[in-house]
Structure formats: structure tokens, C-alpha cells
Design a protein around this ligand. Sequence first.
Ligand SMILES: [Cu+2]
Length: 461
Amino acid sequence: MLKSAAVVGAYGAGLAVMPRLNQARAAPEPIEINAFTDAVMLDGKQQTRGVMRYAFSGQASGDPQPPVLRARRGEPFAARLLNRLDEPTTLHWHGIRLPNSQDGVPFVTQPYVYPGDTYDYAFAPPDAGTFWYHPHCNTLTQMGQGLAGVLVVEDARDPTFDGEVVLNLRDFRLGGDGQFIEQFKPRDAAKTGTFGTLRTANWQREPRYDVPAGGLVRLRILAADVTRLYNLRLSGAQAEIIAFDGHPVPQRMALDMAVVAPGQRLDLAVRVADAEGMEMVLEDIRPSTPKVVARLRAVGSSLKRSLGDLGPLAENAGVEADLSSATEIPLLLSATAENAARDSICGSIGYSFWAINKIPYPGDTPDPTAPIAELKLGKTYLLNLENVTPHAHPIHLHGMNFKAIASNKRAVQPLVSDTYLVLPDEKVQLALVADNPGDWVFHCHVIEHQKTGMTGYFRVS
Ligand SMILES: [Cu+2]
């Protein structure tokens, strides 16, 4: 069971049947999150029309990027989505182990939210770390045009840093006139996915943040792009990886280069340079597309801190897999020639290029395909993923965590995660304890792959 199952069950699952009066007493006032369209200066020169934004209710213009939400481990968190878009949407809480009814997948866990309507989400996040939120409806357009924000779950037992910088990495696909161009090209959707034209961190090109000289800074990085994989390196400072995909790593390691795929998060402890004015550069060194992502600048006199001063992050629940009794589930990731795409407001972009176990998902429709597999609550499974395509797929599971056990391509670290980047020709085993009941979607987080078939779901009961 989940470490905090009692909390999750008593709070989240119970909410749906409680009268409103009790809900008001049990839950905090929900954070109101407006989803709306706006004109925003993205390229520094011209207003881009039709940018999709999240903002707290009442928040005027100001910073156009989605706000960083903050919650506390184990404590009730509530958000009310106000849909001011002119199309349906939902909110999904990526990486959070929550009751199935709060997961935000249209038709699978909830109806989609019509324009003008609201929808209340409530849960108590059982894990601390860096997570995120985004729509799960017409996702390529809605995420591509702006909807994706960071959700930080705090734990008072975490060590104290001298500063924190949150980086939400994403591209926008703009033409020379600063307006959105077609979100994808079918021939690219059938390969790596279609790349954006403007690369940003926090919706800015190569932003620079001041951090205390000689201090210890927590850098929380989210790859929110719909397509791009990052090979991240930080020059000019010592840095250690302290968490990946929200969860503390078993052993901190110096950051040489870290691959961060769509949907994934990287937490770094950075020991800032001592000399005032020194710059540290976060770069994407992927060979085809080297690029500065963001800069940090040391300010003030040196705090003379050491990475060795830093205590451990508060632990999250692990994946207590009983491998001796595990049931193996083969999961073949492949291309497909069959076109299964069905029309749906939230679902399809009109093509099928990809499949899981040779079945291309038809899209988010009222009658989706059968589950990939039916899992027994509490039992251990080994997901035997095999990628027979020449492209990498960051595969994401909702509602539960897994742990990589073995790969034919590399030495895997036993990291607890919700997203695993399956390399071309890789066979990988992921251990999973089916500890959360419901229908949980499992899909590639290259959104064009997700939306053209590489999606399915597990039923846990
Ligand atoms: Cu993929």
C-alpha cells in the first residue's frame, strides 16, 4: 500500500461523497487556477496571439508563465480549475500518487471540463519533490501553446538552501511573425516529434538569475516541452544531482551531464561560485542542438558553504517490490500502419503512428480500448518494455511509481520514478507494486507519440 494510504484514502477518495459543508471544513480554500488565452510577447519583439495561460484567480498581467504551485507533503491540497479557454480542458498532476478520481484524464477518470465550467481537485500529496501540472485534453495544442507549470511539494525536514531557482523548460512553435505555426508535421510525429522554434526557460530566452555567492542553491528543473530531450550540463559551479523525477536519488552524484526527457524533472544542489559577478551556465549539450538554457550569477560576498554541509532530503516511499512473486507484463513499443484514430474533442490528432503491444490507442474517447493489463491491488509486476523503434520514448505512468531493475543497454540506477526514457532497441524491466486502485494511463510523453497511439492504461483493482 502507499505509505500515506490512510491520508490519501481518508481525504481524497472520501471527498467525492462528502456533503459540501464537510468538504469546506476538511479542505483548505482551493487555489483558483484560471486557464485562458492571451497575447504575450514571447520572442521579445511581437505579441503572440492565442497563448494559453494559467494564472491564479485575480492575478492581473505580470509574469505570463504558469505559476509555481506549492503544496506540503501529506497535507490537503485543493485547486479549482476555471476553464476560460474556448475548448474543454482538464488538469493532470504529473507524478503525484493521488486518488484515481483526481488524475485529470478525460473519459478515463473524469468528464472533460467545458468552457465556462469549473472543476475541483483535492488530494494530499504523499511524496515531496518537484512535480508538475498540465492539461490532459487536446494536449498537443494546449501544452504547446503554454499550459504546463511546476508543482513543488515541500517537506519541512528537507535541508535548508540559501536559494532556489525553478526552471520550466519548453519551446514554442512560432513563425517569423511571432504567431503560432502548425503544432506538428505528420512526418515528424512519426519520428522524433516536431520541435519548437523558440527555446525558453520560464518563457524567456537564456534568462539569468542572481544567487548568493558561495551559497547552496536548489535548482528544480522541469522538461515541460512536448518533444525535446535535454542533455544538461552546468559549467562554472559544482553541482550534485539530489533528486530525479521528484524522488531523492539513493546516492548523490556530481552532475556531469544529465539526460532529461519530456515529463522528467531534475533537482540539483548547486554550490555557487565565490566571486561576485561570476556566471554559471546551464547548457543543453545535445550534439545537434547545443544551447544555453539559463544562467546563474553570484551576488554578494561569499557564504562559503560546502556541498558536504547539505543533509539528505526527506525520504519518499520507495517501491517495495516482491520480485519473487512478480508477474511479468510484456510491453512492446512499436510503430503501426493501422489507423485507429477516432475523432474526439480531447483526443486524436488524426493519425496513428505508434502502438503499445501492437494496439494503437484511438484517442481520449468515451469508449477507449480495453486495459493493457488488469493488475491486482498490492501485487508486484515487472513491466518488460521493449522498444523496437529507432526513437527514444519517455514512458510515463500515472498514479504509481516504478523502479528500474535491468536494461540490455545500460547500467540502470534503482531510481523511483514515474517516467522512464526507453532508448532505441532498449529492453528494460520496471518493477511496479500495484498499490493504487483505478484506471491509470501509461503513455509516451512525446505528446505527438502519445496522441498518435502510444498510450494505454492499466486497471488496478
Ligand atoms: Cu514516444
